[in-house]
Design a protein. Sequence first.
Length: 117
Amino acid sequence: QVRLVESGGGLVQAGGSLRLSCTGSGRSFNDYDMAWFRQAPGKEREFVARISWVRSFTTYVDSVKGRFTISRDNAKNAVYLQMDSLKPEDTAVYYCNAERTPQQSFWGQGTQVTVSS
């Protein structure tokens, strides 16, 4: 069974940091683009960051550039999201995604991040 499991969420004050982890099992994700999305209450799920499987190119949504860093460890079948200078508007459920093609796309169950002001 293919699974992605996120961890590292929690409650943090504005200006603080959290590091999210996502570990895959059931198959290797070394040739998958890995990404983080988030969904705040009452809002649609939005893209946050992506790291490609080729040369680990990274892209970010403008609102997190300079504050969040995505990385991957293929040996551990894992992807990470280092979140610094957190803001209350970063509060959301964060989801890990692994995609090779639209038909080969997997999601984790999500981890809650709450930033208090």
